[in-house]
Design a protein around this ligand. Structure first.
Ligand code: SAM
Length: 263
């Protein structure tokens, strides 16, 4: 199975010790390490715009990974963010990085499955980035997210889709061998999100933007400092396979913004 790395926080500590000039609290300092999706911090900025956050609104990050997107939202907007993730080692690392970044008053994480989460009060906004590919029943998954939100809440997504039955080369960032990958077409994913109780504001193919981002960000070689593949089993192969599949059209990235319907 994927996401079975352990001691991720200890690996991060070692990497930071090896790069003593890196200020982990500085804006953007860990962007190569803690953004577990294609498009990095730039992709998160695109989602933040569509959340249209007002002061004091709270944000849920579903499948928050190492917490990079959650911390970025808090840093940019000043809003409170709660991340939930099913992998305890990632949650430990997300908490540790949040403390190091000084954002612990605004950002918190809990370990668990969104299916069992019933927040009170519910959130005014949510994001989910590169998670639903691991979920077979996408309508149920987005219905669980809807249940955590107030009517009218905004949802922003950054998702991997396949133009047809996707069978890319494994491993991929979300799956080591394909057995826990459930990539569907953009039309199918879009329909699942709407069936789960959301109305579409925007549903856009961002593959061309991502291809440009890859060329500009990775074209000059690997980053010099701590980077996400250093934390993951077979990390570099996963990134290279993913970039290749996005380049040859086997996979796409779609961005969506939605509002939660009043039930
Ligand atoms: C590719 S990572 C993306 C992490 C983060 N969204 C980001 O973009 O940096 C996918 C994450 O989804 C989490 N995940 C998978 N299934 C989940 C579920 N049912 N509930 C919560 N988290 C889940 C994994 O543990 C992993 O951290």
């Amino acid at each position: 199975m994927t996401y079975e790395e352990t001691g991720v926080d200890q690996t991060i500590d070692r990497l930071l010790r090896e790069h003593p000039g890196l200020d982990a609290a500085a804006d953007g300092a860990l962007d190569d390490l803690d953004q577990f999706h294609i498009g990095g911090a730039d992709a998160v900025d695109r989602l933040i715009d569509s959340l249209d956050l007002a002061e004091d609104e709270s944000v849920l990050d579903v499948g928050s990974g190492l917490g990079g997107p959650a911390r970025q939202i808090a840093r940019r907007t000043g809003n409170r963010v709660t991340g939930i993730d099913i992998t305890p080692a990632y949650v430990d690392a997300a908490r540790d990085l949040t403390f190091k970044s000084g954002l612990h008053d605004l950002v918190r994480f809990r370990a668990g499955d969104i299916a069992a989460f019933a927040p009170d009060p519910p959130f005014q906004a949510a994001i989910t980035m590169h998670v639903q590919m691991n979920v077979r029943d996408k309508t149920a998954w987005f219905a669980h997210i809807a249940r955590c939100l107030v009517p009218g809440a905004r949802l922003a997504v950054w998702e991997v889709c396949g133009p047809s039955r996707a069978d890319p080369p494994w491993p991929m960032p979300w799956s080591l061998d394909g057995t826990d990958s459930f990539v569907v077409t953009a039309d199918s994913l879009h329909a699942s999100i709407e069936q789960a109780g959301f109305t579409t504001t925007e549903w856009t193919d961002e593959t061309a933007w991502v291809q440009t981002w890859i060329a500009e960000t990775l074209g000059g070689g690997l980053p010099a400092g701590p980077a996400l593949p250093m934390l993951l089993h077979d990390g570099y192969t996963r990134v290279v396979n993913y970039a290749t599949a996005l380049g040859d059209g086997s996979l796409q990235v779609w961005r969506g913004s939605f509002t939660r319907d009043a039930f």
